[in-house]
Design a protein around this ligand. Sequence first.
Ligand code: ME8
Length: 492
Amino acid sequence: MIVLARKKFYITTPIYYVNDVPHIGHAYTTIAADVIARWHRLKGEDVFFLTGTDEHGEKIQQAAEKAGKEPKKFCDEIAKKFKDAWKILNISYNHFIRTTDKYHVKAVINALQTLYKNGYIYKGKYQGLYCVGCEKYLTESELIDGKCPLHLKEPQFLSEDSYFFTLSKFHTVLLNKIEKDEIVIKPEARKNEIISFLQNNKLEDISISRSKVKWGIKLPWDESHTCYVWIDAFLNYVTGIGWPNKKFERYWPADLHLIGKDILRVHATIWPAELLAVGLKVPKQIFAHGYFTIKGQKMSKSLGNVVDPVELSKKYSVDAVRYFLIREFPFGEDGDFSEEALINRINGELVADLGNLIYRVLTLAERYKGRIKGKPELDKILDISLIDKHMENLELQDALGAIWEFVRNTNKYINEKQVWKLEGEELSNALYNLLEACRIISILISPFLPETSEKINKQLGIKAGKLKDCKFRKFTGRIKKGEYLFKKVVKM
Ligand code: ME8
């Protein structure tokens, strides 16, 4: 007998800086990654989903000083806040990496040693404008009115001895790999941006050490310098699955690095170059989603408009927040967040479409005392391969849209058939179709709305299914109607 190995799927999120608590932007990437990871599990794949926190460097050192705390203790506290938030938001990561974890630090030292030994590092002097918010040197042309366009602060002029990584050596190979889709960059427009950047600019060597920053991993050959935080941080994607231990080969290269557009350029240049220099394969795919604003404004502490995903979930339910974030914004494009839009989705789609459907079907089914059997009819309006295609193309909004089409059409079926007026075989047949549709809907929504899917399964008296179970077959559940799935939000 030939036993085929299960297909693997390795997905990562950025590791978030612990200078501040998680906000809705972090939650967006992490929820999207969770939805994708759960979808691949539903397909029976061997999924590894990695997330975590980025804890070294000047930005964190300064934040700890400001809070009057020793850096490690400060990191412990904030990293816990990320873990707690992901627990509340039902994030099914396989591992949460912290760059202060001992195994990571050890592996980074190992990688630095390899880079040094392989001749990719040399000593020089760095002079330039450094933005602590970005944790990187900026060129004059990147500044707007002398300020970093992202952090709206003037960068500091720094001049220091530094070790350099020979990024320039990788210019041509990176451009080739991106053009040939050996590293797939999505969406297409972002790929073109990177290609045009590489065609119009020569990659320069980058400084990878700081002598003035104490909070970081020391360079093994010169302990008076600490490692540049990005060089350390990128390696999480391999150390988080065990590198340099050989077991990491099960999952590497990553199938998908999911990130925001703000950090695409470094992911498309420094990261693959670092991998090549260490002698590892490059990732298969990087997807950069858009950024969202809050009621048209940039989210910032000073504007006081930072949205806390945990608070939002407490107010409206976790699944409502998950649903909204995926359904509202085309994945890859920028979007604008507002609570009004969230409420509209809850009332118009979760309550009116899904909640209503489950309640109506279970009410009708509970009333019926006979055996439920019939012939599939609703299967004609369900296209699983289309939903899967959207998921594979990372068109998350469209996938959820296609599932919702089925929810709406199932509701329509009740109205058109006037199921409440049917009797005997006709009623049994309609209920069979409706219950099977609800069972399949529960499977399809499970990556997006895991809690709701569990509630539906309980009411239908069935176990959680896989994607292969999304076919109309015999209905074998034991129905027990429960509460409404969602509550209508009354606008004040
Ligand atoms: O950049 N809209 O960490 P970070 C959408 N530590 N997504 C947003 C967002 C917004 N307004 N704001 C943040 C770092 N994000 C590094 C990464 S990886 C090796 C190191 C999300 O805490 C989005 O995913 O600044 C973005 O890329 C990420 O948070 C930046 O998180």
